[in-house]
Ligand binder design. Structure first.
Ligand SMILES: Nc1ncnc2c1ncn2[C@@H]1O[C@H](COP(=O)(O)OP(=O)(O)OP(=O)(O)O)[C@@H](O)[C@H]1O
Ligand SMILES: [Mg+2]
Length: 186
């Protein structure tokens, strides 16, 4: 079964393909309402209404290398299987905002999967873009913005071995803390 992290990677790739220089990802898990929501907003080239309509059709792609686009149809199918939906709001020249909701406890809900690995891969990709990321689980949050990270690094690239090691630890520890049970509290 596919992981949500791989779907998120697909959506990030679409945004990067669309020339986005700024991407904002938010994942929200609300255990009381039993919802898992993923929002990805980018400032790429956007799509007109016709392309938005067709973007979740498995036979539509603007890719030149192959003639079916599968990323969004698979994500929509996963959402629909889990009493959720995928919606896309987009404007040519302005950007795209994609929202996916799923029933968190649904038996078919794909696991989140390796988010630290997915994020590290995206941050180390050759294409320069800034990422604001946040993952909320009830009251807890793990968040970062690469704009602040790049400022602190003063020109040292993410791919520098020491930075890469630091990023890996930052992401894995951030995720570990997010999932840690807060002992001794209600
Ligand atoms: N964020 C976005 N900005 C602009 N256009 C987008 C965006 N996301 C998707 N699209 C358009 O929708 C089409 C379908 O996307 P989808 O991810 O389903 O397939 P693909 O990226 O073409 O191929 P695949 O994901 O299978 O490699 C894309 O080819 C692109 O034209
Ligand atoms: Mg795609």
């Amino acid at each position: 079964m596919r992981e949500l992290a791989l779907h998120i990677l697909d959506v990030l790739e679409n945004a990067i393909e669309a020339g986005a220089t700024r991407i904002e990802v938010s994942i929200t898990e609300d255990t009381a309402r039993d919802r898992l929501t993923i929002v990805v907003a980018d400032n790429g080239r956007g799509m007109d209404e016709d392309v938005v309509q067709r973007a979740s059709d498995p036979f539509f792609t603007t890719r030149q290398t192959r003639h079916v686009g599968l990323g969004l149809p698979l994500l929509r199918a996963a959402a629909l299987r889990c009493h959720g939906e995928l919606t896309i709001r987009s404007q040519p020249g302005a950007g795209t905002r994609l929202t996916v909701t799923l029933q968190r406890s649904h038996i078919d809900r794909p696991p989140l999967g390796d988010m630290p690995g997915t994020l590290l891969g995206a941050l180390l990709s050759q294409r320069a873009f800034d990422l604001r990321f946040e993952h909320h689980i009830d009251g807890r949050v793990f968040a970062f913005d690469t704009v602040a990270m790049r400022q602190a690094l003063q020109g040292v690239p993410f791919a520098h071995p020491a930075v890469r090691t630091w990023l890996h630890e930052f992401l894995t520890e951030g995720y570990a803390a997010l999932h840690e049970r807060i002992e001794g509290r209600a």
